[in-house]
Design a binder for this molecule. Structure first.
Ligand SMILES: Cc1cc2nc3c(=O)[nH]c(=O)nc-3n(C[C@H](O)[C@H](O)[C@H](O)COP(=O)(O)OP(=O)(O)OC[C@H]3O[C@@H](n4cnc5c(N)ncnc54)[C@H](O)[C@@H]3O)c2cc1C
Length: 446
């Protein structure tokens, strides 16, 4: 445990741009399940709130620890306890980084599919607690599809092992699923049994296509989805995000309005699938490039990977995360353009187009998100919900979106979810004020 001012200061903030108002009481760096259990026992005896932290790369303020709270980091619990190639599973501690796990699994010809863009810097426990997604989700699933079980320390310090090592298992309620995406509000994940895949054999083909407008790029991606071909990656960049990424890479600026799709196919049918996709794209795009060369493919994807530095070059960014049915993406881009006009704000947007998950990036000056940006975000969230979508595809609710939770869930389900939280955590010690903020606290911006 430490009360070092630098450690306390660091525990106040994740990568959302939002920080807790005050420093936490202490940071506990757990090395074992026993350390976590002891911390929770002391917390419940002294009614001290606890905020579990992984690598603090979250984008919803969910891991921010504040005044009167203990920050409980599990980032040092990094052991791989078991890898079973025959059963295609691994048992790990929660603090291992996603990329470090996958580097080890590759030696067994295996991989864990969830691939957030933060995989080099985020923990498996954090990926589970946020229900993380990534570029490959449309074909290979999200974190929810890749977890067989979790070991959880509850608020009173007791240890519960949920789930199973078998492929099937329907004994009782599915508490493992409940833990996925629970953002540290129900318990501390101290172990996970992960469902693995064998390394995909065959080629990787990469395509890029340029479109005269983002609407046409979105319509083309919907046409690819509707054709039944399953690309591993399908990423869309609107003109503003493409220009910013090209800018930081020193590449020529795209022509006015131009938007881009970057698509990758893999597996034994990669080449045939890339050809079918290219046929669909050529009907709409001004330019289509296809390569089977992996290095050249990585080079094409480099522009998409430069999105975060590209946004940083424009100003401070509120990175948002709505999801809509894939057939409605073009309409969502229309809504984003309307919100930009109505509120006088800039919202460069990228999308995991294969699964309808958009990241509108609200650009502003200064440190704190100004009220005008929240008003624009409010308008945009409501538009996503109107289109049959959701407030968050992969980043979670945290503190930043709790005021919209009841709008999407409806009063009855919102109360049901709060009741479930109370069953797990009757003293309200785990991550208080996150996700399920009390109704009367929801009227203020975070
Ligand atoms: C550059 C960048 C790119 C990103 N790209 C993506 C992306 O493509 N897809 C995506 O989904 N996200 C992305 N993120 C967001 C972030 O990386 C993910 O949400 C990630 O899963 C968080 O992991 P973490 O270890 O940093 O967790 P933290 O930020 O430390 O915690 C996140 C939440 O999980 C809880 N938590 C953490 N560990 C545990 C545990 N062991 N038990 C219980 N609760 C726990 C915390 O209390 C908090 O509520 C990105 C972030 C950055 C900075």
């Amino acid at each position: 445990m430490t009360t070092d001012p630098d450690a306390l200061e660091a525990a106040r903030r994740d990568r959302s741009g939002h920080a807790a108002a005050e420093r936490p009481l202490a940071v506990v760096r757990a090395a074992s399940i026993d350390d976590v259990r002891a911390t929770m026992r002391i917390a419940s005896e002294t009614t001290t709130p606890v905020v579990t932290q992984g690598a603090l790369t979250g984008l919803a303020g969910a891991a921010n620890a504040g005044g009167g709270e203990i920050a409980l980091s599990v980032a040092d619990m990094t052991r791989i306890l078991d890898v079973s190639p025959d059963d295609q599973l691994a048992v790990v501690e929660p603090g291992i980084l996603n990329a470090a796990l996958n580097e080890h699994l590759a030696t067994h010809g295996l991989w864990w599919a969830p691939d957030p863009a933060s995989r080099e810097i985020s923990t498996v426990g954090g990926n589970i607690a946020t229900g993380a997604g990534g570029l490959l989700c449309a074909k290979y699933g999200v974190t929810r599809d890749a977890v067989l079980g979790v070991d959880v320390v509850l608020a009173d310090g007791s240890l519960v092992r949920m789930g199973h090592r078998s492929v099937k298992g329907v004994t009782g309620l599915d508490l493992t699923s409940l833990m996925i995406g629970s953002e540290g509000t129900l318990g501390v994940i101290v172990g996970a049994t992960l469902k693995l895949r064998r390394t995909v054999p065959g080629d990787v083909c990469t395509l890029t296509a340029m479109f005269p407008s983002v609407r046409e790029a979105a319509a083309a991606s919907s046409a690819v989805t509707a054709s039944g071909v399953e690309p591993a990656i399908m990423e869309l960049m609107d003109h503003a995000s493409l220009s910013a990424a090209c800018g930081v890479l020193g590449l020529d600026a795209p022509t006015s309005g131009a938007s881009q799709l970057t698509i990758q196919t893999d597996g034994p049918a990669a080449t045939a699938e890339a050809e079918s996709i290219a046929d669909i794209l050529r009907r709409r795009a001004s330019e289509v490039r296809v390569t089977r060369d992996r290095a050249e493919g990585e080079e094409l994807l480099r522009i998409r990977r430069a999105m975060h530095p590209g946004m940083a070059s424009l100003g401070t960014t509120l990175i948002e995360d709505v999801s809509v049915p894939r057939s409605r993406m073009a309409e969502m881009f229309d809504e984003i353009a309307r919100v930009e006009r109505d509120h006088g704000v800039r919202i460069p947007t990228v999308a995991h187009a294969g699964d309808g998950n958009l990241h509108p990036n609200f650009i502003f000056d200064g440190e704190e998100v100004p009220p005008g940006i929240w008003e624009a975000a409010d308008d945009l969230f409501r538009a996503a919900i109107r289109l049959g979508g959701t407030l968050t595809g992969e980043h979670g609710i945290g503190v930043l979106k709790s005021r919209w939770l009841a709008d999407e869930l409806g009063e009855k389900q919102w109360q049901l979810q709060r009741d479930i939280k109370n069953v797990f955590d009757p003293q309200g010690l785990l991550n208080p004020g996150k996700v399920f903020a009390p109704r009367d606290e929801l009227l203020q911006h975070p």
